[in-house]
Every structure is written in structure tokens, then in C-alpha cells.
Design a protein around this ligand. Sequence first.
Ligand SMILES: Cc1ncc(COP(=O)(O)O)c(C=O)c1O
Length: 383
Amino acid sequence: MNRHGPSTLAVHAGAPAHAPGRPLVTPLVSSSTFYNAPEPEGEVLYARYANSDAHRLLAARLAALEGTDAALAVGSGMAAISLTILSFAGAGDHIVAADSLYGGTRTLLTRELPRLGIETTFVDPAGRWRDALRPNTRLLYMEVPVNPTLRVPDPRPVAALARERGLPLVVDATFATPINWRPVEDGVDVVIHSATKYMGGHSDLIAGVIAGPEAVVDQARERLKAFGPSLDPHALWLLERGLKTLALRVERQNATSLALARWLADHPAVAAVHHPGLASHPDHAVAAAIFRGFGGMLSFVVRGGDEAARAVLGRFALIAVAPSLGGVESLASMPRYTSHVALTPEQRAAGGIDDGFIRLSIGIEDLPDLREDLERALAPEAR
Ligand SMILES: Cc1ncc(COP(=O)(O)O)c(C=O)c1O
């Protein structure tokens, strides 16, 4: 099965062989528990342990898509991140992480993990990771691409350093999806996704994914059993269904967001456009080297700052003003009020989040309709 392309894997990987009478669609089994074999040495089947048939099917599909030995679906992207980190690090240990991360991950690293005795040093992802290593460093962590600036720090030198030191490199590749990028092909050891976003794809579930070597996934499963952020069977069913259209959705989102980025770059009301597919993007060469597609995310800066940007949001008719991303419907947000609200104005400016910064998650609507919505919102006086 793993010789098949990603669209085929997204539909079929992990599914049982064809057999008369077997349902085509994975049954939604809401049972929390299962009849166990009477022998005490048999595996205990229980929904929290992620070992139901549906869980195993989904895990096999995710591993096939990522090209990893194993995978595990859990209750949220944050659960995937924390279970992975806690599989490698405990009291007295140290992490080196990129300084540009999703706000929730940053909070985990700066506020929660220190309470457990785990310290993190943040580095410029394009900078000298080597200098931050300590004898007690247990993992390297980064996000590719970065939210919301869509910078694409090159994971390859970090992976080479990780290999040299025998440390795992963990990458949150939520924005890329396995359709646009298979991180393990560039030396990444463990891949994380907020499956809430593109993998689910319909803004109707919360889930996370850990994909990597069998031993790492086994460790994460042990943490899952103990800490308990398991994936609810109904969300699991929606996620498995959503995955079937992942490639189609992402291909459309790639094309539409690049077309809109090019169009916005020439718009007089727009001061800057951030999209890794544009030749003007500072990491275009890295993105072109590692990605098969540049993704459905697009950020731009409105001339006139915060007030002008808020007015633009207020004029969208089709594009919904909402946090999150990766769904079939286009969403807009201002990171200064959502994911990056905790940053000071200086930190925001240093991170490239100007006052008029708007982040768009492009959905699967028709390109002319989205362009019209943007045009109306950007130039109301022209209509
Ligand atoms: C890049 C990234 N990683 C992780 C998360 C957390 O995912 P979840 O909300 O599924 O816990 C998010 C959420 O926005 C995200 O954008």
C-alpha cells in the first residue's frame, strides 16, 4: 500500500481488505470498552488506550501518509505536542526550541513545563542551535511553516545537528500537511499535527497526531494512557472521513492561496504579502526545495494599520472572521487579537506582525468569489 500516492493513501491506507458484506465506510463505534479475551495476558482494549479497530486503522493511515513506522491520533494538537515532549523529557531535562511558535506551544514551554522541571532555550530557527545545546538537552523542536508569518525555517541543518548529537528533532508541520511535505524525508524524527486543521478539514473536530518511530509512538501511548487526552470516537470517525479528501482540498487551497497572494501583492491597499510561494518571500528557496505545494495560508498587511485592518475584517461577506485554519471555508483573523495576543507590541513588531496584519486560511471556495470578497473589503469606496 505504501507505494501508492498520497491521495490514494488518504482514502485507503489502513483499511481492511475488501470482503463481501464488509462496510465500505469505517463504522462509528462509540463503545468505550470491548469484550476482552479471558486470558489475563491478552491486550486490554479500551477507548482511552487508542487501541480500538478504528484507532488502529486511523493510525496506519496517518503513518502511511507521513512515511513513518507508526502514528497515534490523540485528543488535540496540544495533546500531541505535550505527550511527545513528555515522552522525551522529565524533571531536570532541557529542550531547545525555535523562538517562533504557535502561542499555545510557547505557553506550554514557558509556563507549564518549568513547573515539571523542564527548561527550554529558545533560538532563532535560522541561528545557532548548536550553541544552545546542553548535556541534559533531550529534544529539538520547531514549527514549519511558522504561524502567522509563514516563514519557512530550514529544518535540514537542524536535523543534521540532531543526528550528530543523537537527539530527536520534533516538528509541528500542521500548516504544511503531509500532502505538501513529508518531514521525515528531510531528516525530521517526529512529526506533529493539529489534526483540528487541514487533516479534519471541516472545522468540526479537535484532534492531534504524533507520527514517528515505533518506539517513540509507544512512549507517547504510555503517556496518553496516564494523562488521558484521548481522541473521542466520534471525532476520530470525522477525522478519518475528513482525511479522505485531504489531498483534493490541499491542492485547491495551494492553488487559490498562491493566486490570491499574487493578486494582493499588486493591490494598492496592501503594504506587504507573506506567502512562501512568492519569489519575494525570504524563505522561498527553502520552501521550493522541501515542499510539494506552498500551502493554503496567506498573510498580508493592510496600509493604515490596526484600524484599517479591522475595517477590512468588518467588510468581509464570504470570508469568516474566526481563529483556527485549514477548513473548507475561508477564515480571517488578526493574530494580534488571537494567537499572538500575549505578545507585547515590541515582540509583535520583532516577530514581523505589523499592526495591519491579517492572516487568511484559504478554503475551497471559487477563486473569483474570494477575490471579489477581498476586493470589496479592501476598496469599499471603489464600488
Ligand atoms: C501550528 C499549530 N500547532 C498546534 C496547534 C494546537 O492545536 P489544537 O488546537 O488542535 O490543540 C495549533 C492551533 O491553532 C497550531 O496552529
